[in-house]
Design a binder for this molecule. Structure first.
Ligand code: PEP
Ligand code: MG
Length: 312
């Protein structure tokens, strides 16, 4: 019951045998923070910044963005806030930015592909983020990565912005983290290389499922084929987590399946460090984690992943 769940506020998110997992919340606007706090999330694992763009009549200015990021960081009071850079395109559009009609928008001009070809849009957002970094624990996360080149270009832009800000005498913190969403099979397959250039991975199971299974997440006709529990998706996730661990970085999950109670033991068996879910699911997930004895099930789950007999 809800009352019983509320008793979990302030309690740690760890398994019966003491394995800790960070349980964060996904939000879409600053107003969601009261829900994040009411449900005792340990931080924000995904702040989708699109609302700033969707609720505006033109690209939001650096100043307008700075105010919002600062507010979120301040209200989260030193807890980690992962802000995702613009993920426009595919299913998300704004009237003032015309993306030419595309036959396959999910595979089209979107997210980082827009940001890297429109430097003025990306610069404004990254400058706002860096300026806000002094107000809390910021992590910047880039969506839809498919190549090392995109990661290196983004890092270079960030380095240039640091120089600009220093020259202008504007404060920023050097402590922010930089991570990527792993939500394409390409990023998963080169995650051993990408891991050497970022501080963390966050697996976007919504898109990773779509691209791995070649099933459009928006297409109702084939909705029954859209399966985040598919062995191909789970094996890919395991590979991402293991490549991250090999290079000393942590991996979280911020897609919908992070809250799938049936999958959580498998995620912990893989070594996932963080689960980011909608604010109202935080305590359910904490309960689920606290009920698991990982030592008892880990080897069995990993063996079933190898054999292909994991059935959920
Ligand atoms: C995802 O793809 O899993 C994700 C978290 O991002 P979005 O749903 O916004 O594409
Ligand atoms: Mg996505």
């Amino acid at each position: 019951t809800r009352e019983k769940l509320l008793q979990l506020k302030g309690k740690s998110s760890e398994t019966l045998d003491g394995v800790k997992v960070e349980i964060n919340a996904n939000i879409g606007r600053p107003a969601d923070i009261s829900l994040v706090q009411a449900n005792d999330a340990e931080g924000i694992g995904l702040f989708r910044s699109e609302f700033l763009y969707m609720e505006s009549r033109e690209f939001p200015t650096e100043e307008a963005q700075f105010e919002v990021y600062k507010e979120v960081l301040e209200r989260m009071n030193g807890k980690r806030v992962i802000i995702r850079t613009l993920d426009l395109g595919a299913d998300k559009h704004v009237p003032y930015f015309n993306i030419p009609n595309e036959d396959n928008p999910a595979m089209g001009y979107r997210a980082i592909r827009i940001c890297l070809t429109r430097p003025e849009i990306f610069n404004a957002q990254l400058r706002a983020l860096l300026r806000a970094s002094v107000y809390g624990h910021l992590a910047i996360m880039v969506p839809m990565i498919t190549s090392l080149d995109e990661v290196l270009k983004t890092k270079e832009i960030i380095e240039n912005i640091k120089t600009q800000l220093r020259d202008e005498g504007i404060a920023y913190s050097d402590d922010f983290e930089f991570g990527i969403m792993v939500e394409t099979p390409a990023a998963a397959m080169i995650s051993d290389i990408l891991a050497q250039h970022v501080d963390f991975f966050s697996i976007g199971t919504n898109d990773l499922t779509q691209y791995t299974l070649a099933v459009d997440r928006m297409n109702h006709t084939i909705a029954s084929l859209y399966d985040p529990r598919h062995l191909a998706v789970l094996r890919m996730m395991r590979m991402i987590v293991e490549n991250g661990k090999k290079h000393g970085i942590w991996t979280g999950i911020c897609g919908e399946s992070a809250a799938d109670a049936e999958l959580i033991p498998a995620f912990l068996a893989m070594g996932v460090h963080e689960l980011s879910v909608s604010p109202t699911a935080v305590l359910d997930v904490r309960q689920k984690v606290r009920d698991i004895n990982l030592a008892l099930c880990k080897e069995k789950i990993l063996k079933r992943l190898d054999e292909g007999t994991l059935s959920i």
